[in-house]
Design a binder for this molecule. Structure first.
Ligand SMILES: *Cc1c(COP(=O)(O)O)cnc(C)c1O
Length: 361
């Protein structure tokens, strides 16, 4: 009876019902779909990294507590000693650790919608009930509805991305503070795009016992390394550390990230260049009739355009890959998201978009 084993009988129904997170192939494309930093590291720095990795003892397990890397992060991000740091294999893993830690029977995880899809997916992985509170039409936080949901569901945890993905905006600071104060659970502010936002809740950690803050190196130039951080009070992080798999941060990530963090000036110059390009791209898109451009504090721009899916496919045919959000949420009808690339990539995107539009109207 070897073929009587059926996944449908073994795997949890909510997992069977999921569709896998789809990552499109980008071979030969101008890749403006995943909020990566378009700039490579300098040749000098890459040589230094080559030396370091050549000598790395890959036969040994990595330092489980990543002492050197954590110290360097504390220094470069100016994190005070009374705040603890937990490292994740990307911040995705940190979301998973938090969700698993709080997933008592009946526990609820709240986020807003549209937002980062991993909040919902990871809630499902961790077997915790997910509630998505809709944003307003202009993608601002609907504080009243949030407070009602908090009262109704008594969530164990609330995730808020600041700036939000895929909308690019910063939610109202005071509204977020009200949410932090209203809930009896934890609030995790996900600052994945902090490098482009000039805004942060980092100074609030000392004032709010239920606030945790997430950062990542992915969007500022090291997406391939997979390194995320959780910052917060030791009461929380001591518990969450127990769930972190002992060697989740590999030796190459530890060595390379530590080295690159000696050169944060380069990363912040790149972030500044991306912010400049964001302004240019925004201004360009705003000149096109029938496009609605949403203001962005991140390294991408959301815009609404007639026949978005058709435009997306036409761009793809011309080797420009952006993100089609049409059909992913009612508020995102006809919305596309473009990541800011190099000046050259952005110029190509703009001119090809213009050419497509002049043909379709
Ligand atoms: C990209 C993104 C992340 C994922 O970051 P990794 O560190 O690469 O896992 C987390 N949160 C938001 C809102 C993001 O957009």
């Amino acid at each position: 009876m070897s073929n009587s084993y059926r996944p449908e009988q073994i795997i949890r129904p909510e997992i069977l019902a999921l569709s896998a997170y789809h990552v499109p192939s980008a071979t030969g494309m101008i890749k403006l779909d995943a909020m990566e930093n378009p700039y490579p590291l300098s040749p000098e720095l890459r040589d230094e990294i080559a030396q370091l990795t050549a000598n790395a003892p890959v036969n040994r397990y990595p330092d489980s507590s990543a002492v050197l890397l954590k110290g360097k992060l504390r220094q470069t991000l100016a994190i005070s000693d009374d705040i603890d740091i937990l490292l994740g294999n990307g911040s995705d893993e940190i979301i998973q650790i938090i969700a698993m830690a709080v997933a008592k029977p009946g526990a609820v995880l709240i986020s807003v919608e549209p937002s980062f899809v991993m909040f919902r997916m990871i809630a499902t992985f961790a077997n915790i009930q997910y509630v998505g509170v809709p944003l307003k039409q202009d993608f601002s936080l609907d504080l009243e509805t949030m407070l009602t949901a908090i009262a109704k569901y008594k969530p164990a945890v609330i995730f808020l991305a600041y700036p939000n993905n895929p909308t690019g905006n910063l939610f109202d600071y005071a509204a977020i503070l009200s949410i932090i104060q209203a809930t009896s659970g934890i609030v995790v502010i996900d600052e994945a795009y902090q490098a482009f936002a000039d805004a942060s809740f980092i100074n609030e950690i000392n004032h709010h016992p239920n606030l945790l803050l997430m950062r990542t190196l992915s969007k500022s130039g090291l997406a391939g390394l997979r390194l995320g951080l959780l910052l917060g009070r030791s009461e929380w992080l001591t518990q969450l550390e127990k769930m972190r798999l002992p060697y989740n941060i590999g030796i190459m990530t530890q060595i390379i990230a530590e080295k690159v963090l000696h050169h944060t000036v380069v990363l912040s110059e790149q972030a500044e260049a991306i912010k400049l390009e964001r302004a240019k791209m925004s201004a360009f898109l705003a000149t096109i009739e029938n496009i609605k451009v949403y203001p962005s504090k991140a390294n991408f721009i959301l815009f609404r355009i007639h026949a978005a899916t058709q435009i997306f496919l036409a761009l793809k045919q011309q080797k420009i890959l952006i993100k089609n959000l049409d059909g992913t949420h009612p508020l995102l009808e006809n919305c596309l998201r473009v990541t800011i690339g190099t000046p050259d990539e952005n110029a190509q995107f703009c001119s090809i978009l213009q050419a497509i539009l002049s043909k379709t109207v």
